[in-house]
Write a protein that binds this ligand. Structure first.
Ligand code: CAA
Ligand code: NAD
Length: 282
């Protein structure tokens, strides 16, 4: 099975990074967004990132040559010729279902559908399509251009051929693939999400300040970012959506949203992307 062209849906934090990784690996990429301004914003981030890599000499081609392989669209029909389509829109089941239903109407019958979901069951997303054996999870990590991991997730219906093609594709993108089955949060978020939520609970209980909890985990455990810096980086809206899905799956308190997280999201404090979260970015 040959993957020659790539479609990406969503040009936010993750979609733009996935598109960049695929274009850097030599694939022609078309990115679908809801509005042109989101494509512009995402591609500006890609250009900045490519310029940084060029400065450091970590890419072999010019940023312009890589950028030329990236195209944007707001019309789903433009994804008709893609061999693999990776969806990275918001972490919401009805929205993702709507997207896959639209995609099913236009995509090639043998195209592979992949979701970058953090927590939603791949099987549940697959059920909105007519290609269960060609549906997988490809879970990248933020920031995609720097993080080396991709989780490749199979359902009970995924074919071996499609699964191995996805593993191979992840490797071509310069990532290290790990194989995992369809369980909410897969490997990384199964372990990471309770830790991040516990940091909020520790803060709510007055165990330490935001800055001190971050310092403690950075300097005490060697983590590159403390939990509050990482929560802001991932996006509090996304983290909040994830808690709904994971709590629904496991019914364990460690996956439930702490009240402070809920209130911050209700107030529109989504972290870096809105300029305010646990820290101020204005
Ligand atoms: N593209 C290119 N270069 C980039 C970049 C990007 N997108 N982002 C940062 N850089 C560069 C910076 O410009 C900087 O370059 P210089 O050394 O020339 O200044 C260099 O990378 C290092 O960056 P920083 O100095 O800003 O910070 P850092 O040393 O802490 O590294 C980091 C940044 C790699 C993001 C590191 O902080 C890190 O690994 N953080 C943890 C990230 C993490 O845990 N991600 C997973 C989130 S969970 C998830 O993704 C799953 C989910 O479903 C929610
Ligand atoms: P984001 O909010 O930064 O980007 C989502 C993008 O999707 C937005 O630009 C939005 O305009 C676009 N979009 C929404 N509906 C659309 C539609 N119908 N058609 C086309 N585009 C549409 O979110 P993100 O952080 O990039 O997360 C995207 C997905 O990746 C989520 O499923 C999330 O759980 C997952 N994920 C996020 C992270 C993270 O650290 N933020 C890490 C791994 C996986």
């Amino acid at each position: 099975m040959q993957i020659k062209s790539v479609g990406v849906i969503g040009c936010g934090l993750m979609g733009s990074g996935i598109a960049q990784a695929a274009a850097t690996a030599g694939f022609p990429v078309i990115v679908l967004e809801a509005e042109q301004r989101f494509l512009d914003r995402g591609f500006t981030g890609v250009e900045r990132s490519l310029a940084k890599f060029a400065e450091k000499g970590t890419i072999t081609e010019s940023p312009d040559a890589i950028r030329a392989r990236l195209k944007g669209t707001t019309n789903v029909e433009d994804l008709a010729d893609c061999d693999i389509i990776i969806e990275a829109i918001l972490e919401n089941v009805p929205e993702k279902h709507k997207m896959y239903a639209a995609l099913e109407k236009v995509a090639k019958p043998d195209a592979i559908f992949a979701s970058n979901t953090s927590s939603i069951s791949i099987t549940e997303l697959m059920a909105a399509t007519k290609r269960p054996e060609r549906f997988i999870g490809l879970h990248f990590f933020n920031p995609v251009p720097l993080m080396k991991l991709v989780e490749v997730i199979r359902t009970i219906a995924t074919s071996d051929e499609v699964f191995e093609a996805a593993v191979d594709f992840g490797t071509k993108l310069g990532k290290v693939p790990v194989r995992t089955k369809d369980s909410s949060g897969f490997i990384v978020n199964r372990l990471l999400v309770p830790y991040l939520l516990d940091a909020i609970r520790a803060y709510e209980e007055g165990v330490g300040s935001i800055v001190d909890i971050d310092q403690a985990m950075k300097l005490g455990c060697g983590y590159p970012m403390g939990p509050f810096t990482l929560l802001d980086f991932v996006g509090l809206d996304t983290c909040y959506y994830i808690t709904h899905v994971m709590f629904d799956e496991f019914r364990e308190k460690r996956f439930a949203a702490p009240p402070l997280l809920k209130r911050m999201v209700l107030a529109g404090w989504y972290g870096r992307k809105t300029g305010k979260g646990f820290y101020d970015y204005t």
